[in-house]
Design a protein around this ligand. Structure first.
Ligand SMILES: [Mn+2]
Length: 319
């Protein structure tokens, strides 16, 4: 699968006059940061931009240029270009499939090594820490980059590296971070918003999940789960459970961490983390998902007990 060059992508963007940009469903700091950074840069080039994103939590409210976000219905039927960011496969944006199919030219910019190259023009860097890192390479020295754009890019960078902790952090990542800091961005605030600040219900949901956690397979697997009723019992909206998997993976001796949660009737979300030698992207693929080697997810149609049985059977093969 061939990557189109940044030069080709910039030319296509320069030729378009109206552009719709989106990130994956249930957008995270990288998806939101990449979309808003590129959208603002293109708007400053005189483009008419429409950002379409699913609703997201308050921890992302510090990412600038959210006024560019519109409802899906507000996007005109005749748009020149569709840009998908941080979407590993088409399933990550299929709620916009009618829009995607109506637009003549489509671009896919991403950093998931499992990316399926679903657009007409694709640029995927599986080694990059974040889609924001890819967008930075695309626009730096070519398209506008101001303090607000730098803030959005920095947000994605620290979100996807968990504050420069993941192995995807490279010397280039740090050079990029240094360059972005030079724009005078509120880096203390972004870090606190992403990693320290949480709602009371998020904390309660985490408490419940941690109390239920267990270690299996001689301590190699850390596992926990939440039913829809449990999520609701603490007043959570279910959109604030991301921290749980990252917490249980920290248990001593853990090779694989797994968190299951019931999003609705017969709809179980599977969240996975792996360490060296444990490819959870391959595991997630067996459950209709994907992601990164050390961080991936999938889903299961059925009851949470059935999901547990199916996922544990696959994990047993790995461990
Ligand atoms: Mn990402």
């Amino acid at each position: 699968m061939k990557n189109h060059s940044f030069e080709e992508l910039r030319t296509i963007m320069e030729q378009a006059s109206s552009i719709v940009l989106t990130g994956h469903i249930n957008p995270d700091g990288d998806a939101i940061g990449a979309v808003l950074a590129l959208a603002s840069s293109l708007e400053q080039l005189g483009k008419q931009v429409f950002v379409v994103l699913e609703p997201f939590g308050t921890k992302y409210e510090g990412i600038p240029n959210q006024h560019l976000i519109v409802e899906k219905e507000a996007v005109p039927s005749q748009v020149d270009l569709f840009i998908a960011l941080d979407c590993g496969d088409f399933g990550r944006l299929d709620w916009l499939s009618d829009l995607f199919q109506n637009v003549k030219t489509t671009i896919n910019i991403d950093h998931h090594s499992s990316n399926t190259y679903f657009a007409e023009y694709n640029h995927v860097e599986g080694e990059s820490s974040s889609t924001c890192e890819v967008v930075y390479k695309l626009i730096k020295d070519f398209f506008p980059l101001d303090a607000n754009i730098a803030t959005a890019l920095y947000a994605g960078l620290i979100y996807d590296t968990a504050g420069f902790r993941h192995s995807s952090t490279s010397p280039f990542t740090m050079e990029m971070a240094a360059d972005l800091m030079g724009y005078g961005i509120p880096f203390v605030q972004i870090y606190a918003d992403f990693f320290d600040r949480r709602s009371f219900t998020e904390m309660k949901a985490m408490g419940l999940a941690l109390a239920k956690a267990e270690v299996l397979f001689d301590g190699k697997l850390s596992y926990t789960s939440m039913t829809e009723a449990e999520v609701q019992s603490v007043g959570s909206n279910g959109k604030e459970l991301d921290g749980i998997i990252n917490y249980i993976r920290g248990v001593e001796g853990t090779k694989v961490a797994c968190f299951l949660y019931e999003k609705g009737a017969n709809d179980i979300k599977i969240s996975l983390r792996g360490t060296d030698g444990y490819d959870v992207a391959a595991l997630a693929k067996k459950f209709g998902g994907g992601g990164h080697i050390k961080a991936a997810g999938g889903s299961f149609a059925g009851k949470i007990e059935e999901a547990r049985e199916a996922v544990l059977a696959e994990i047993a093969k790995m461990i």
